[in-house]
Design a protein around this ligand. Structure first.
Ligand code: NAI
Length: 462
């Protein structure tokens, strides 16, 4: 039997591709060595969001008095064991849902480690378990793994369980009393937020002089201050030099420091999983990732890749779209991805969301761009729900054409609003097009319209 498509990896890219190809009545085999759902469902997006929702409820309860709700502060606490149990239940339900959908589309699933062996007249040969399977097409969707920095004591610390990655952090039975987070990017900030709310004393050590990676500088700075208000400590511009039991050593401005802690979380980025797949057996081009074109095709006809393994944008929602594009192109439907309008979100409290370019990126690209920043307090809904909120909205546009280039938000609902901004950018909206849109009132989303109208009275408040 020759499958139309063999998929290696059952994360967001793999299971989405399986669903789409199954829906198109293709004979699909999905090979996954661990759990269906990949990092996103098992040890990433969904578990963290479940934990962070409990943290947000606790933060809201602590501030409830400001909203006229009397709760005794002494009675508010986060029960980590119950939070974890709820997280496990949520993950289990979602995985069962995916499995049901795949079954419904007739996708065959096996639990094994796959290795590509060769290409023959019967298509590609892929060994998994004791069997060799043949497929006309392959989609590699093997995801990524946490980067382990090669510093003194790190491998021993990982072996002993003193240093952990987000995977282990999401399985911790106890809250560490003192947690040092190495890396103030997306994972570092989300984990720091949860563990601080759950009772850890958290210190984030970041190599750069700002947190939150490519996030707009002003938003990153306000987010840092908001996290500091909650008790998270940041050390920026620091280089971690050594990890020993109970301690992390680092240098900053040529001085040496050490931070005592009960656990160290490593969140310094992820790298594509390309090893041990047999890609070299059929000549697939790789560098640090599998190299694909805009149609998700590798250099070998019939071999596609999608998700983190491509090293592009490394987000679950990018993986979904890449998988769909790969399957469409396999089916003969031309499908390209526009990476420039993929939103990114940091689910801290307040949350940050952005799409398109920042002003610095636009100017760096040689565009004649401008930006407008307004306080989220110009949204009635935001004011109604946020006492002393520091949220801001920022829009970046091309000065002459007035085409929207970027939207950057910090504040409640930012993650839910941002896709609308992405569509506006994708569709080439100008500021005048935005003015003609009717936004529901009162919503925080209206802040985008407010920001546009405020440009006309440049320098004045709207
Ligand atoms: P990241 O690239 O977002 O952040 C890593 C941070 O570590 C950077 O700020 C970097 O400067 C810093 N760093 C690197 N080496 C360091 C060192 N030796 N010492 C101190 N700091 C150091 O990577 P992260 O947070 O691990 O996330 C990995 C991937 O997962 C990202 O692609 C991210 O987009 C994705 N992700 C997305 C989420 C979301 O969409 N909300 C949630 C979690 C992960």
């Amino acid at each position: 039997m020759v499958y139309d498509l063999i998929i290696i990896g059952g994360g967001p890219a793999g299971y989405t591709a399986a669903e789409r190809a199954g829906e198109a009545k293709k004979k699909v085999l999905l090979i996954e060595k661990a759990s269906l759902g990949g990092v996103c469902l098992n040890e990433g997006c969904i578990p963290t969001k479940t934990l962070l929702y409990s943290a947000k409820l606790k933060n809201h309860a602590e501030n409830a008095k400001k909203y006229g709700v009397d709760i005794e502060a002494a009675s508010i606490s986060l029960n980590h064991k119950k939070v974890m149990a709820r997280k496990n239940k949520t993950v289990k339900k979602l995985i069962a849902g995916i499995k049901m959908r795949l079954d419904g589309f007739g996708v065959e699933m096996i639990s094994a480690t796959a290795e590509i062996r060769s290409k023959s007249n019967d298509g590609f040969e892929i060994a998994a378990g004791d069997t060799v399977y043949n497929g006309k097409n392959i989609l590699v969707a093997t995801g990524s793994s946490t980067v382990i920095i090669p510093i003194d004591g790190m491998s021993e610390a990982i072996d002993s369980g003193f240093a952990i990655t987000s995977r282990e952090a999401l399985e911790l039975g106890e809250i560490p009393e003192k947690l040092v987070v190495i890396g103030g990017g997306v994972i570092g900030l989300e984990m720091a937020s949860y563990f601080q709310s759950a009772g850890s004393s958290v210190k984030v050590i970041e190599m750069l002089d700002k947190i939150a990676g490519a996030t707009d500088n002003e938003i990153a700075e306000i987010l840092k201050k908001e996290c500091e208000k909650k008790g998270i400590e940041f050390v920026l511009g620091a280089k971690v030099t050594k990890v020993s039991q109970g301690e992390v050593s680092y240098t900053k401005e040529n001085n040496e420091y050490s931070a005592e802690c009960s656990k160290v979380l490593l969140s310094v980025g992820r790298r594509p999983n390309i090893g041990g797949l047999g890609l070299e057996n059929i000549g697939v081009n790789t560098e640090k990732s599998i190299l694909v074109d805009e149609f998700m095709k590798t250099n070998i006809d019939g071999v596609y890749a999608a998700g983190d393994v491509t090293g592009k944008s490394m987000l679950a929602h990018t993986a979904y779209r890449q998988a769909e594009a790969a399957v469409n192109n396999m089916l003969g439907i031309d499908d390209k991805i526009n990476y420039s309008t993929i939103p990114s979100v940091i689910y801290t409290d307040p949350e940050s969301a952005s799409v398109g370019v920042t002003l610095n990126q636009a100017l760096g690209d040689g565009l004649k761009a401008k930006e407008k920043t307004i306080s989220m307090n110009y949204s009635g809904r935001y004011m109604a729900e946020n006492e002393a909120g520091q949220g801001i909205a920022k829009i970046v546009y091309e000065e002459d054409t007035r085409v929207l280039l970027g939207v950057h938000l910090l504040g409640s609902y930012a993650s839910e609003i941002i896709y609308g901004a992405g569509i506006m950018i994708e569709q080439g909206f100008t500021l005048d097009d935005i003015k003609r849109q009717v936004f529901p009132h009162p919503t925080v989303a209206e802040i985008i319209r407010e920001a546009v109208f405020s440009i006309e009275s440049e320098g004045e408040e709207p």
